[in-house]
Write a protein that binds this ligand. Structure first.
Ligand SMILES: [Mg+2]
Length: 426
């Protein structure tokens, strides 16, 4: 794995001590225990890819998603469209009302997956420790690359630059001492942002932010915070842990840790992952089951793409649902045989969503789908597919397309540029 950073003269070794002092790295933790994490996230990914490929769209409101006529949902809106109030997960009918002059396009997930591979190649120039969260978003652990925080910032810059010049797309990047902080950072000043959280300035960075910035805090839980008089992360940090435990159960402690900037999770590269999953937190809680199923199609689709990319198959399908009151449930089922076929994953995930949620449940804040029990023997098997197997795969693809058609777009012409319609994660 080439490490392009080695070629960069910006931070020569003799500057090490100065920079360390300058960045306030004065804790007694040894360097090797300290993480340096980058979170990179493409801005308005699906819409930006469309805009890039069709120059006539530049400067116009571009909305990728299902059609207004078919109860479709917006998957991605570019920044021009957002000025009209259009956002992802919004019914396409509403989007059309807000922005009648918008250009409405069906998603092309297979193509976005191709672009996603190129983005991944750029990430992997800097570190082999890349954990994708979706097609356009990943964590990179650059701790092992260089111990110096300033060098990670330079890597962040170079990633943005490479995505811009080689792919003509724009990414926002956060550089921080852990995953949670890096994710908040990349999201804070979108689009085209580079936000740095220096190790000594974590609290300074977090304190003024509203509690809604914390992972998993939705409308309902922010109401609970409101009753407790907690609006900012600083106030949450100062709240006694017992109160949080009483209100949020085991999540209380987790929230408290986050408010202190603590997050010990490691970056797990996909090849070493015990499971592959995608999840999305909605901008607004969703109670309409058809809309949830439409989002599930996208999550399943992305997980399927990622499995096949690595020649992996898995047996246990998992569904994760966080409700408006912050409660979280997971449901799973084990398939008779390991699979990487989107349709088989979809059937299982859809059944979990439609049959296994509690009756009369609250609106949904977060939806996730994953597959575990992975093996990579599929790679060898994939190369040896006989005709019958291949036919089975192709038939399965057809079924997957039919599902997408039902939920997203009226006219899907297989083999045309309109293949692979589905929603997206924000
Ligand atoms: Mg993105």
């Amino acid at each position: 794995m080439p490490n392009h950073f080695d070629n960069q003269p910006h931070f020569p070794g003799q500057a090490t001590n100065f920079l360390k002092r300058d960045l306030g790295e004065t804790t007694d933790k040894p360097d090797e225990e300290r993480q340096v994490i980058i979170h990179a996230d493409l801005d308005a990914f699906y819409a930006s890819v469309e805009e890039r490929d069709r120059p006539e769209l530049v400067g116009k409101p571009v909305i990728v998603g299902g059609s207004p006529e078919k109860r479709g949902v917006v998957c991605a809106a570019n920044y021009v469209a957002r000025k009209y109030g259009v956002h992802s997960a919004m019914p396409a009918v509403t989007a059309r009302r807000l922005c009648p002059q918008g250009i409405y396009l069906p998603p092309r997930i297979d193509y976005y997956a191709e672009v996603s591979r190129k983005i991944r190649d750029i990430f992997e120039r800097f570190t082999p420790l890349v954990e994708p969260l979706s097609l356009d978003e990943a964590f990179l652990d650059v701790t092992g690359t260089e111990h110096l925080f300033g060098q990670a910032v330079e890597i962040g810059r170079q990633i943005k630059q490479a995505i811009r010049t080689e792919l003509r797309l724009v990414a926002s990047v956060g550089v921080a001492p852990n995953k949670f902080l890096a994710k908040i950072a990349s999201d804070l000043k979108k689009p085209d942002a580079l936000v740095i959280v220096e190790p000594a300035k974590v609290q300074e960075f977090l304190d003024p932010l509203p509690v809604e910035r914390l992972w998993g805090v939705g409308k309902q839980s922010s109401k609970v915070f409101e009753r407790l008089g907690i609006r900012t992360i600083a106030q949450l940090r100062q709240c006694p842990l017992d109160i949080l435990r009483a209100r949020f159960g085991s999540n209380g402690e987790h929230l408290w840790d986050l408010a202190h900037g603590r997050d010990g999770r490691a970056v797990v590269p996909e090849r070493e992952a015990k499971s592959i999953s995608n999840e999305t937190t909605f901008e607004r809680d969703i109670s309409d089951m058809d809309v949830l199923r439409a989002w599930l199609v996208d999550l399943v689709d992305q997980v399927g793409c990622r499995l096949r990319r690595h020649g992996m198959r898995g047996r246990t399908v998992q569904l994760k649902v966080r409700f408006a009151d912050f409660s979280l449930i997971t449901r799973s089922c084990t398939l008779p045989e390991p699979t990487d076929i989107t349709d088989e994953l979809w059937r299982a995930a859809d059944e979990l969503l439609c049959q296994r949620l509690p009756a009369g449940h609250l609106p949904v804040r977060l939806l996730g789908m994953g597959l575990s029990g992975l093996d990579d023997t599929g790679l060898a098997q994939g190369m040896l597919f006989d005709g019958e197997d291949r036919e089975k795969h192709e038939r399965a693809d057809d079924v997957a397309d039919q599902i997408k058609e039902r939920f997203w777009v009226g006219a899907i012409r297989r083999g045309s540029s309109l293949r692979g319609e589905s929603p997206r994660t924000p």
